[in-house]
Unconditional design. Structure first.
Length: 312
C-alpha cells in the first residue's frame, strides 16, 4: 500500500479507501470480512455518509470495526452530511447546511459508528441556501467539541469552495468528485482549451488545476462507473476498445483490469485518493493492487483514448 497526505491535514492516508455505502446489505460476518480484507490490504481510510441506507451503512460498519477489534486510532473515518431525506420515502427533499441539521446529523453518525469522533466530515453536495455564519458556527462547535478533526466538501466547484472557505476557519482539505475512465470530464476539458467542440465546455471550473493549486485532495468516487450510475465499464460490451486496452495493460503488469483502472486515476500528479466500493473481498483485493502499479505516461494516454476520448 502507498500513502499520501490528504490536503495539508497531516493525515497520511492510504491512496485507496473503502467506501461502505453498500455494506448495509451484508450480514455482520460478511461486513467484518470486508473490513478485515481492507485492513489486510493496508487500507486505513474509510468513507461513509449519514444518508447511506438511512444510516444503516454506518451502523453496520461501526459494528464491523468492533467485531474486528480495530484500534480506533489506527484508522481514519470520514462521513458526509448535509442531505435531507424524507423519512418515509427516503427521497432527497433538500440540501441542508443549517447549524441545527449539521450538528444533529453528526451526532447521529457518531452514534451509528460507535465512536466519539470522525477524522473528516464533508458537506455532501452544495446547498445554495447556505447561511455562511451558521455553517461557520457549526464547524467551530464540532471542532471545539472534538467531534470532527478535519473538514472538506463533496461535488463542489472551485468558486463554491472559495465561498465556503471564506466563511469557515477550518481548511477544506478534500473534495469528493466522480472521476475515472468512464467519467473523464475533469481532464477532457483541459485538452480542449480554446476550442468550440463539445469537450471544450467547462462544466467544473478547472477543478483539477484548482485542487492542485490549493493542495486540496480529490477523492474519486465510483471509479468504475460511466455516466451517473449508468453501470460499470469493466467487461461491458459497450466499451470494447477500453476493455481490450485494460486487458492488455493488465497483462503487462500482472494485475486485474480493475487494478489498472485504479492505477490510471492514481497516475495523475494531483495525488488523488480512490474510493473503492466493492463488497466482495476478492474483488476488493484485486482493485487495491492498483496502488502498486505505476503506469507510464503512454499507457495513461492510451487508456484515456480507448475510453472514447480524443486528443486534439
Amino acid at each position: 500500500m502507498r500513502y499520501a497526505q490528504l490536503g495539508r491535514s497531516g493525515v497520511n492516508a492510504s491512496r485507496v479507501a473503502l467506501g461502505v455505502m453498500r455494506i448495509a446489505d451484508k450480514s455482520g460476518q460478511d461486513a467484518a470480512d470486508i473490513v478485515r480484507t481492507a485492513l489486510d490490504a493496508g487500507i486505513n481510510f474509510f468513507d461513509t455518509a449519514d444518508g447511506y441506507a438511512g444510516g444503516l451503512s454506518s451502523q453496520r460498519f461501526g459494528t464491523a470495526l468492533k467485531d474486528c477489534h480495530v484500534d480506533r486510532d489506527s484508522i481514519y473515518i470520514q462521513t458526509k452530511f448535509g442531505i435531507f431525506r424524507d423519512e418515509q420515502s427516503g427521497n432527497i427533499t433538500r440540501y441542508d447546511f443549517t447549524k441545527e441539521h449539521l450538528l444533529q446529523a453528526l451526532d447521529g453518525e457518531l452514534a451509528n459508528l460507535q465512536t466519539d469522533y470522525v477524522d473528516f466530515v464533508l458537506l455532501h453536495r452544495p446547498d445554495t441556501l447556505v447561511e455562511l455564519d451558521q455553517l461557520a458556527e457549526a464547524f467551530n462547535q464540532l471542532q471545539n467539541e472534538g467531534k470532527v478533526r478535519h473538514f472538506g466538501v463533496s461535488n463542489v466547484n472551485p468558486m463554491q469552495v472559495e465561498l465556503l472557505q471564506s466563511a469557515v476557519d477550518q481548511k477544506l482539505e478534500v473534495n469528493q468528485l466522480q472521476f475515472g475512465l468512464g467519467h473523464t470530464g475533469m481532464v477532457q476539458q483541459e485538452f480542449h482549451v480554446n476550442m468550440i467542440d463539445a469537450p471544450s465546455i467547462d462544466h467544473d471550473g478547472g477543478l483539477i488545476s484548482y485542487s492542485r493549486l490549493k493542495h486540496m485532495t480529490i477523492q474519486a468516487w465510483s471509479p468504475f462507473q460511466y455516466g451517473f450510475f449508468e453501470g460499470v465499464f469493466l467487461d461491458n460490451p459497450k466499451f470494447p476498445a477500453l476493455n481490450d486496452m485494460l486487458d492488455r495493460v493488465a497483462g503487462d503488469h500482472g494485475v486485474s483490469p480493475s487494478a489498472i483502472a485504479v492505477a490510471w486515476i492514481l497516475r495523475h500528479p494531483a495525488l488523488m485518493q480512490v474510493l473503492l466500493g466493492s463488497m466482495t473481498p476478492s474483488r476488493l483485493k484485486g482493485m487495491a493492487a492498483g496502488v502498486d502499479v505505476r503506469l507510464s505516461a503512454q499507457e495513461w494516454y492510451d487508456l484515456y483514448v480507448a475510453a472514447g476520448n480524443d486528443l486534439p
